[in-house]
Design a protein around this ligand. Sequence first.
Ligand code: SF4
Length: 674
Amino acid sequence: MQLEYVSTICPYCGCGCGINLVVKDGRIVGVEPWKEHPVNEGKNCIKGKNAYDFLYADGRLKRPLVKENGSLKEASWGKALTLISEKLRNVEPNSVGFINSGRCTNEDLYVLQKFARVVMKTNNIDNASRFCHSTTVPALVSTVGSGVMSTSEISVEEADCIFIAGVNIKETYPLISRRVQRARDNGAKVILADPRATVTARTLADTHLSLNPGTDVALVNAMMKIILDEGLEDRDFIEKRTKGFEELKNHLSSFNLNDAEKVTGVPAEETEEAAVAYAKAKKGCILYNAGVAQHSAGIENIVALADLALITGNYGRPGTGVNPLRGHINGEGFGDMGPVPVFYPGFRAANKESAKLFEGYWGVEGLPSLAGMTYMDMVEKCSILYVMGANPMVSAPDTNRVKTMLGEKAFLVVQDIFMTETAELADVVLPAATWVEKGGTTTGVDRRVQRINKVVEPPREAKPDWEILCKLAQIMGFEEKFSFGSPGEIFEEIRVCVPQYSGITYDKLKEAGGIQWPCPSEDHPGTDTMFVEKFGTSDGLGHLQPADYKSPAEVPDEEFPYIFTNGRVMFHYHSGTMTRKTERLTNEVPTALVEINSDDAKEKGIKNGERITLESRRGQIAAIARPTDNIGKGTIFMPWHFSESGANVLTGPSAGPPSKMPEFKLCAVKMRKG
Ligand code: SF4
């Protein structure tokens, strides 16, 4: 039998790299480079090079499971869907919630939100972006009018100063890190703000600002104060393209750089060096992620970054802007499609006007017009929860509490590819097809809409998410509204409802590299750089806003003296559902290693490889210690991919409006040997 090569997109991070899957006898047997793909030019990180093993791992869900007498038993699709439909028919709109994930395609997410709104008449729908970039959207919408990456990942290499904040880019976005390296090879200066001396700090950054966790606003305000004091702001840009400068200037006038040094722990001369380099750059580019966004003060952090870019004129040209790096393959699409409580598709606010608009699009009445519940509110308050492709038992904060709340649900449905920790608690588990078993589109970090091709058949009775939802909607009497026969048909409806996608045709997406939205007409090539002439705000101006430092929701004290923070490693992805079932990746990093400062380790008598226990106010976990000088005294870091040492057992749910972002990146813990 001949080998067949089918090109598609890597299923992991939002970089959206192309891969060629090697197929033999209907089974994927390897990954080959896709050299013509403009994003990655044939290069892939280790996850991309092994992006198929997990498809054939033990534990793939292949038939529906229904709980009987306390245990899950195989059942027919008819029985499983009928049971779900009966439960859903008898629940109030505000008592049901839908949780989804950026692992799903645009088509899956579009159909899910349509199901929630049309069939269940609820806006109770949210996704894991609540835990990543729910701070990004209000911060960037209020300053520049849109929460998206404004340059393209390819154009990053045009920058001559790159300020990376709160992201270990070499491990978590390796192919964007490659662009940063290229820029640096061409003379760009790379500044990193990160509490840890990560591989990015050691090998990519020219300047590493090792700030105390959670003090980003103070650092960025200090940079702006220096820029204004030294007259390095871009007066022309401020005058023509922004408003609110005087207010910001007044706010910063009383800002004390000595206080900033004490709060951030960054020596004043290092802050000044970074501020001057960024302000003097012709094209300054800011890249940030969870280390900035995943805080209860995430909005203030990001507003400050936007202010910094605006006062230096670093917007509207390739290689500039304030650019959120989104973690999932469909990291941008799972905002665009509207599977969130505050937006209908195309970022239309969940209000009466949008409800009317979509009643017209969909030919229905009575769509919900008030914002729905956010992720954790649904986990806490809804009696019926439908979870598609997400694993709150690992990715939501305060795992013990989440387990209790999920266990108390009147009815829990989980639709996934494996028996996850959340699926184990479900009343019905539905087997889903993976990305290569269904086709569709995804939209990556830089608004790049790409087509993923169906490569192989799903195992046994597993089905695409969108198809499962359509069948359920049909059983519930909505045949005509959910009569989609293919991802292409769904994409046609998306084009109508999401203006940013209106010029993108499913056929045009066959080309390598896809199309970046906004794409207003079929002859439009897509948009590399946003805000070239005006911002997305109502008046087209960038809105400068003062942002104040506030201390994190939980700080160390005598009982819990260490700051605990967490993140990702190169070899694993999110809750590990796929990477931990990939032999090569698991061999590299089989378990959670906890980084603790070498002096802290000595004080506690803890040696490399020894077992330790970490305890917060919410729970305790056991893991393996890795003393290192790459982390500051008093700080502890661990990756969060490993449910058996679940970082989120420790983290707290504290989250305020409007983002409802938990304080993921910071909580207080104590540590002991053994
Ligand atoms: Fe896949 Fe991201 Fe690695 Fe590219 S950088 S190969 S998209 S995991």
